[in-house]
Design a protein around this ligand. Sequence first.
Ligand code: ADP
Ligand code: MG
Length: 213
Amino acid sequence: MAFKINSSDYVEYLKAFYNLLQEEKDYITELDLATGDGDHWLNMNTGFGELLKSADQIKDMNLQDAFKKISMTLMSKVGGSSGVLYGGAYMAAAKTLDGVEYIGRDELYNIYDAMLADIMKRGKTEVGQKTMVDALAPAVEELKTKIQGQADDKELLESLAKAATEGANATKEMEALRGRASYQANKGVGHLDPGAVTMAYQIETLCNYILQK
Ligand code: ADP
Ligand code: MG
């Protein structure tokens, strides 16, 4: 049967992502120290930690209100570019959830597609500029392909996670044209983009959560 998740499931996924963040604290901090200012882990940790404080409230909301609440929390509590970009992305995703009771494959596509469009517009970012977009964009493409090909859930979710991870890995050789890495003499070449890595973590964590559910 095709997957369906609700707000309560989404909160479980947020918890799982938060747990992964705890394990990857040093790694993500080092990535942002290499190409930026070293606060990316702290920004993400603060924001997702705040979300978990509202977990009981969010899990009982309809999906649209849940995504709006997530947006407002990230927008107000997360410093740096990622706060604005994730805040905007969740608000754009919320707009696709009017009257939606469950996130299935089509709804998931609409969410990620809206997030991608919003981040690119707000950040004035294209694919290939060494940002979080480089993990999300290939994931959106892969999801579209697998939905069109009527792949089963396992194949769809595994290839979605893989596309995001490979997209993040590809940032290593990219020259940064957006974000702090673009101010560096070597444009961050040779280092992964921290925002792409945490974006891939989120996508992978959601896929794993749904697969294990
Ligand atoms: P800051 O760069 O303000 O210190 P963070 O460290 O939290 O904020 O986030 C850095 C990440 O944000 C980068 O690794 C990159 O993925 C992402 N980012 C920065 N600027 C942009 C942009 N204009 N468009 C898309 N993503 C961006
Ligand atoms: Mg930073």
